[in-house]
Design a protein around this ligand. Structure first.
Ligand SMILES: *Cc1c(COP(=O)(O)O)cnc(C)c1O
Length: 602
């Protein structure tokens, strides 16, 4: 660990979603799962969907794009009322938006007409919290006008409470909302599909049986993420409060007095600090600060640890009474409130690490697939067996064979003259679900031109950028895709890497960071929240007159992949050069991938 990390227990997010969805369903309410506090993190959205959420809400277009890039295809509603200047984008990327301004809805309508779409809107009614919404006196006129807009479908009425004014949802104000919904239906002779009664602060009212029947949707973020309702801040029964844990490292541990020594003025934030003398205390400094989180919103997980204060980059803790032994380099975890979570998830200094449990365990079994002239069991090094692997095959590289192999936890070794990467990825997606992808190649393989050589569009095809009928981005999120060893990329490829948030390490990056660091980051990125990693290797990455990876670098890269235990499929298909006779380097790399070291140690 080199910086602070937020771990995300996806199973807890899933279970929290399931609890909230079930509770709401019993009261005739559909849940819109709100992902904004995680900046639209795709694995979190996916966990919510596994927990029964059927629609998502997001406050920012950037986050919606992030979700869509990762193959999330449930309806997404834009929660923050759209800016006048972004109407077109809103219509392009969202299915529905919350609105309170007629001029904006006119623009949305025009954009929708131009794009040949109908955009759904939910009109927001301000019931006194004084954030977004039309004032009740103006609602009927506004609704009438909305009906005149040809590109807009008035889908529902909603309200937002307990955000700015702290106004609580009550039976009375919810009844007002329901009454207005009925009035719109009667006077304008339409039917409103949705009456959206607020956020996590409305759950308590539902549990007391006081939510009017007419309210059929809630937009829930915090209760799912942090397991609490927000009217009174009560823990929600059956949910976990610790799906998200912030972890930082102790960078100093010393015994010091509890009161500063010397004449005191202001602290780093212009405040005059006050201290109580508790004598000599064992104090620690953690590598996180106000730049990353809201310190006041943190609560240490370890009993006996308390927070003393913080500056921009340092968090001071008293660890004298810690129930766990803490020393320099130890990790200290914190649960967060909403504000701290929001800041931490938004800070680019904090690594987000989704954790997926219940992953199929990797076996020491290699199944050769494909028609490789190089890799046959007889040719496959005896060393592989010495490393403790059993080697089977070769079997024909069919999707079924690959799926079956991976489901058993064995590792398919895909080789052969044809590039079979897409087939392998499809199989891995079906067998294991959420997966990461590491491509070691001199090209990004992200061209989308139909005339581009097959080899140059492996990844663009996988992400659905070439043929819309092929798309494995639901299983292979671009956020879990890493390219290593890039020497050349065209403009379009660079643009896709940037737009889809793909991680790429060029030869320059490797020179600069060193292959060890590159692999550490790569494995972390590709492995985060996945069942394992697909490794695709193309030998053109090697050397190339000194421009590419050296043999030593490649060996180390392969060894680090091996040690991570993350690899679930190894693919070197379609990378033999025409007329190639010497396969020894390929064989050596393969051995490294499966754990061969120069000296046998354990
Ligand atoms: C953020 C937000 C929500 C979700 O609020 P939680 O308190 O996290 O449940 C709901 N509706 C709107 C309009 C929001 O902006």
């Amino acid at each position: 660990m080199s910086g602070p990390v937020i771990t995300v227990d996806l199973e807890k997010v899933e279970e929290n979603s399931r609890v909230i969805v079930k509770f709401c369903r019993e009261h005739g309410i559909a849940v819109m799962g709100v992902t904004k506090v995680t900046c639209g993190m795709p694995s979190v959205a996916r966990a919510m969907i596994s927990g029964g959420i059927r629609q998502l809400g997001e406050s920012r277009i950037e986050n919606i794009k992030r979700l869509r890039n990762s193959g999330i295809d449930v309806p997404i509603t834009l929660l923050r009322i759209p800016p006048l200047s972004a109407a077109r984008e809103v219509v392009m990327y969202t299915d529905c938006s919350l609105n309170s301004e007629l001029p904006v809805m006119s623009e949305l309508s025009a954009a929708a007409e131009e794009l040949g779409k109908i955009h759904d809107v939910i009109l927001m009614l301000d019931l006194g919290d004084l954030r977004e919404g039309i004032w009740p006196d103006d609602l009927m006129t506004a609704a009438r006008k909305v009906l005149e807009l040809p590109g807009i479908h008035l889908r529902g009425l909603g309200t937002n409470l307990t955000c700015y004014g702290g106004v609580l949802p009550t039976q009375e104000n919810m009844k007002t909302l329901a009454l207005f919904a009925n009035r719109i239906e009667e006077e304008l002779n339409i039917s409103l599909e949705i009456v959206s009664g607020g956020n996590s602060s409305s759950l308590d009212l539902v549990s007391r049986g006081q939510m009017p029947k007419r309210i059929n949707q809630l937009r829930i973020g915090e209760a799912i993420m942090l397991g609490r309702e927000t009217a009174f801040g009560k823990r929600w029964p059956g949910t976990s409060p610790d799906a998200f844990i912030l972890k930082a490292e102790l960078i100093e541990v010393k015994e010091k007095p509890s009161v500063p020594k010397g004449k005191t003025g202001m602290d780093a934030f212009g405040k005059k600090p006050v201290f109580t003398d508790r004598g000599l205390r064992k104090r620690g400094i953690l590598n996180i600060g106000r730049e990353d989180v809201v310190i006041e919103g943190l609560a240490p997980v370890i009993q006996g640890v308390s927070i003393l204060g913080a500056s921009s980059d340092h968090l001071l803790v008293d660890i004298t009474d810690s129930k766990k032994e803490l020393k320099l380099g130890s990790e200290v975890g914190f649960v967060m409130d909403y504000g701290a979570l929001l800041a931490g998830m938004t800070s680019s200094y904090v690594i987000k690490e989704p954790i997926l449990r219940g992953v199929v365990k990797q076996q020491k079994r290699i199944v050769l697939t494909g028609d490789s002239p190089v890799f046959s069991p007889s040719f496959f090094p005896e060393d592989m067996r010495m490393l403790g692997y059993s080697v089977e095959g070769p079997l024909p590289a069919t999707e079924d064979t690959l799926i079956e192999t991976m489901k058993q936890g064995a590792i398919p070794f895909v080789a052969g003259r044809d590039r079979l990467t897409l087939l392998g990825m499809k199989a891995m997606g079906s067998a294991l679900g959420q997966s990461g992808f590491i491509l070691i190649d001199s090209h990004p393989s992200l061209m989308s031109d139909p005339d581009a050589p097959e080899d140059r569009k492996v990844l663009s095809s996988a992400l659905g950028l070439c043929d819309p009928s092929i798309n494995v981005s639901t299983e292979f999120s671009p956020e879990n895709i890493v390219l290593i060893g890039i020497r050349a990329a065209d403009r379009e490829e660079s643009e896709i890497i940037r737009r889809m948030n793909i991680t790429a390490f060029t030869m320059e990056d490797i020179d600069f960071l060193g292959i060890r660091e590159v692999m550490r980051r790569s494995l972390r990125t590709a492995g985060a929240g996945t069942a394992g990693v697909y490794l695709s290797f193309c030998q053109n990455v090697i050397d190339g007159n000194g421009e590419g990876l050296t043999t030593r670098e490649l060996h180390l890269a392969m060894e680090l992949i091996s040690r991570s235990g993350l690899m679930r499929c190894m693919d070197i298909s379609g990378c033999l050069k025409r007329g190639q006779k010497d396969f020894s380097s390929l064989l050596h790399f393969t051995e490294s991938v499966f754990g061969k070291r120069i000296l046998i140690k354990d």
